[in-house]
Design a protein around this ligand. Sequence first.
Ligand SMILES: Cc1cc2nc3c(=O)[nH]c(=O)nc-3n(C[C@H](O)[C@H](O)[C@H](O)COP(=O)(O)O)c2cc1C
Length: 184
Amino acid sequence: METYEAITTRRSVPKVTDERPDSATIARLLDAGVRAPTHHLTQPWRFIVLTGDALEEMGDAWAAGAEREGKDPESVRAKPLRAPVVITVIETPKHHLRKVQEVEEHHAVGAAMQNMLLAAHAMGLGAMLRTGPAAHIPEVHDYLGLGEGELVAGYVYVGYPEPGADRPQTRRTDAADITEWRGW
Ligand SMILES: Cc1cc2nc3c(=O)[nH]c(=O)nc-3n(C[C@H](O)[C@H](O)[C@H](O)COP(=O)(O)O)c2cc1C
């Protein structure tokens, strides 16, 4: 698929089949991720790729957090199982270094996640970026082994699109309506 076509036809795929993409396929997504722009080449990211038992362990950690907060743990326990593979994208910001701006680290990781979504789309996979409470729950952070200053930037859920579950793209305001052209 040509790049511009991939960008303009991508859409999130929340419903995927149980078929697990193999590790080489997932590795290609990660390789696309790390090609994102990164100021000072800080590369503020690392990844934890979850599947099988690891998704259940992640669900248990999420459920433990919900229970501690007085919520129903069973309402969240199965959420990581919505796809056969979940790529946890951890931001490892380097803004303690001279010249490195925190916001630029966020942008770089966002670009990495978008690269993965676009690559997944071009490769015929179904992917969706989620954050939700599992990005912030201490029990989940413990499970993932987050270090000092690290944060969960997002979870890229990946699988193969469910046949027939295709859905139209979500709406966007036309760029023309929110763009000023100056000096043209
Ligand atoms: C950083 C980030 C986090 C998101 N987290 C969630 C989420 O937790 N749950 C959800 O339903 N959508 C979430 N979304 C939105 C979807 O990924 C998706 O982009 C949105 O539904 C629009 O659909 P589209 O990508 O097909 O245009 C998130 C998007 C971003 C950029």
